[in-house]
Design a protein around this ligand. Structure first.
Ligand code: ADE
Length: 487
């Protein structure tokens, strides 16, 4: 059985178990357990197994529906135990070996160790802030507001787990415990998909996407992919946890990820403009994320190839260092050439009509060939680059933000309206004259045109786009260095 099939089987077992428990549907739940977390309705709950977890001294007690959910590898700061008798988790706590000994040891070695660790922490903090401030200094654009810094960090717990397990995710029980320790602060986005909230976990900001019940397949798919595929990449939205809970007898589906305060690329472009270097940095980072998704890596820490199928500016987030990361894997397809495996999922959702490639609109796409899905991503990548270049200032000229095909279809266009424009009339977004006069932007214009060929196989690959943009980036750095020397 392949890893992802094994996960799918386990996944159905684990989550369908939760469903039965949550909905109270005819499943034999014969064990009463102490319930102590923010989701408990009563002091006790019913399940197959009782558990106790402590994640950085925050305690969670409750019920589980399958023993697979108990798996938690040994990691500092995390203690977990499952038990199988009536109210057996009521008096569980961190054992003496985990709590008492280290405290005695700390007291014994005491002050010198504390002083030493404070000095080391201070040094590490100083080095970190120094490193985090570098990217914006190097690529300073007056257009990017907000504090400097790279990716958010969420404590050492991620570093501890990062290399364990097959996917990007923490063990199931840890994800669940962490998700339940989050306090939601305010809603930052709302749509057909559900809502996105800014929340805090252990004092750090996290994003919580709460899926609408009709989009549960997207939650299952995204959770499956993040938990089975090694997806850590600076241009892919960082995953923290997935959780399914019951509130007032309805199911709540959460996806917890890194929080990016500048929001989506769509939001960012509404009232911010870029200079050509900032534009290149964004386009290159999005392309790098797409190359990582599209590429199958053959090694023990490898990954299958993934096509996104709903790439658009609303599904891309802007980071403080001027790069972007790709979000929303709810519609993604997975392919492994080495294992002769194509998994298109069973999500009834389709991509966003405005960004659909001609072969999707005229239904000529070869749905059994993985390459086809990558080629539709490239079409959408060209449209995203078009949105970015409109907001790029060249010779003091910049255009208003507009979505692709704004001038030829109404808002929320129908499938037929898009098909007429893209397939029958074969129209493409217009490109402002100013773009041809700048070395960076004229190259991006050329790339966009080659992302929009009617014939899918004629389009550029993500790898080819990245190579061209990287070269542009290097040449630009070289020109700047030369300029500095001349000065
Ligand atoms: N909107 C959607 N996802 C987000 C995230 N991860 N951070 C900030 N805003 C978002």
């Amino acid at each position: 059985m392949k890893a992802s099939e094994m996960f799918a089987a386990l996944f159905v077992l684990v989550y369908s178990g939760s469903y039965a428990t949550l909905a109270g549907e005819g499943k034999k739940e014969d064990l009463e357990c102490t319930c102590e977390n923010s989701y408990c309705v009563n002091d006790t709950c019913w399940g197959q197994i009782c558990y106790y977890t402590s994640v950085h001294e925050r305690i969670d007690r409750g019920c589980l529906s399958s023993s697979e959910q108990c798996y938690v590898p040994v990691v500092p700061g995390v203690y977990s135990k499952c038990c199988f008798t009536h109210l057996c988790n009521a008096n569980l706590s961190m054992p003496e070996t985990t709590v008492g000994k280290p405290i005695k040891l700390i007291l014994l070695v005491g002050v010198p160790l504390l002083v030493l660790s404070m000095a080391v922490c201070g040094l590490v903090y100083w080095l970190r802030t120094k490193r985090q401030h570098r990217p914006l200094v190097e690529h300073e654009t007056s257009m990017l507001k907000g504090p400097c810094g790279g990716d958010p960090t969420y404590g050492d717990i991620f570093d501890e787990y990062c290399t364990s397990g097959s996917g990007t995710g923490l063990p199931y029980l840890v994800q669940r415990t962490m998700a339940r320790q989050i306090s939601l602060a305010h809603c930052v986005g709302k749509g057909r998909y559900g809502e996105v909230w800014r929340g805090t976990w252990m004092g750090e900001s996290v994003a919580v996407k709460i899926f609408s019940s009709r989009d549960e397949q997207s939650w299952f798919r995204e959770t499956e992919i993040y938990n089975t595929v090694q997806l850590r990449h600076e241009n892919i939205l960082g995953f923290i946890a997935s959780d399914m809970t019951s509130k007032n007898s309805s199911t709540q589906l959460w996806l917890v990820t890194h929080f990016h305060e500048l929001g989506s690329l769509y939001d960012f472009l509404q009232d911010s403009t870029l200079d050509p270097e900032g534009c290149l940095r964004m386009c290159l980072s999005i392309t790098s994320g797409l190359v990582h998704l599209h590429t199958e890596i053959l090694s023990t820490q490898g990954k299958p190839a993934i096509a996104h199928r709903d790439l658009k500016s609303r599904n891309i987030l802007v980071k403080r260092n001027g790069q972007c990361c790709i979000a929303d894997l709810g519609l993604a397809v997975i392919h492994s050439q080495s294992n002769d495996y194509l998994d298109v999922g069973n999500n009834p959702r389709v991509g966003t009509k405005r960004y659909m490639a001609p072969e999707v609109l005229d239904e000529s796409i070869r749905v059994d060939v993985f390459e086809s899905y990558k080629q539709t991503d490239i079409w959408a990548l060209g449209l995203v680059m078009w949105e970015i270049t409109r907001r790029t200032n060249v010779n003091g000229i910049v255009e208003e933000y507009r979505p692709p095909f704004f001038d030829v279809v109404p808002s929320d266009p129908s499938f037929e309206e898009m098909k007429k424009v893209v397939c029958v009339d074969q129209q493409r977004p217009s490109l402002h004259n100013r773009l041809h006069s700048h070395p960076i932007l004229s190259t991006i214009v050329k790339i966009k045109k080659e992302c929009w060929f009617q014939s899918p196989s004629a389009r550029l690959t993500a790898l080819r786009v990245r190579k061209t943009l990287s070269k542009l980036d290097q040449d630009h750095d070289y020109d700047i260095d030369k300029l500095k020397l001349d000065l």
